[in-house]
Design a protein. Structure first.
Length: 210
């Protein structure tokens, strides 16, 4: 097989030349396989503390351990109490009362005193505007209004029927002496006669005779 080998360089022995070329080729392949690239294409290194917070886990474990310890102690106390039913007689027969009763009583006294003082000040306070002056002014204004008004102040108030009948009866029962001696002549419509006074007519006739 070495006789058919064609080397790139001339050699006196083809067998040795073939062995040497195979050896060089194998060494070359090993170097190519183990060669490092000039550019680093590896992924970046990952750090554990960036993905997992160990301090937080530690605090959580400590808190869990504390809770478990407290629960265990409480459970032991409860079991001991249930088993022994207590060894202290703490039955206190006392009347319950409010803790802030005295404070509320003092507050009530203070508020009552302030209210009494305020009421006394309000009662003793003299008014700035007098009620009597207002009443006099109102009466005077009503008098002025009645003087300048065309109708009475209570013209719109209807009088009861009994009062109106009473007034009519009083007017009809007036004595004749109160009537005037010479009542004014009654005016009538157009074409009606006017009733003359007899005394005046007699006086007019005597004047004519003279």
């Amino acid at each position: 097989m070495h006789k058919s080998y064609q080397s790139t360089l001339p050699a006196s022995n083809r067998l040795l030349k073939k062995k040497w070329d195979d050896k060089y080729y194998d060494e070359h392949r090993i170097l190519v396989r183990d060669a490092r690239p000039s550019i680093d294409t590896r992924p970046p290194q990952t750090y554990m503390h960036l993905h997992m917070k160990l301090k937080k886990l530690q605090l959580q474990e400590e808190r869990t351990a504390t809770i478990e310890r407290d629960n265990r102690i409480l459970l032991e106390k409860m079991s001991n109490t249930m088993r022994t039913t207590g060894q202290i007689d703490n039955r206190n027969f006392y009347i319950p009362r409010s803790l802030n009763q005295e404070k509320r009583r003092r507050e009530l006294l203070r508020v009552s005193k302030e209210n009494g003082t305020l009421a006394k000040r309000i009662i003793d306070r003299k008014p700035i505007l007098g009620r009597e002056d207002w009443q006099k002014s109102s009466q005077q204004n009503n008098a002025y209004l009645n003087n300048i008004a065309k109708y009475d102040a209570n013209w719109h108030c209807r009088k009861p029927a009994s009062a109106s009948k009473k007034e009519e009866s009083e007017t009809t029962e007036k004595p004749k002496s109160e009537e005037p001696e010479n009542p004014p002549a009654e005016k009538k419509g157009v074409g009606s006669l006017v009733k003359a006074n007899p005394v005046a007519s007699d006086k007019a006739t005597t004047d004519k005779k003279k």
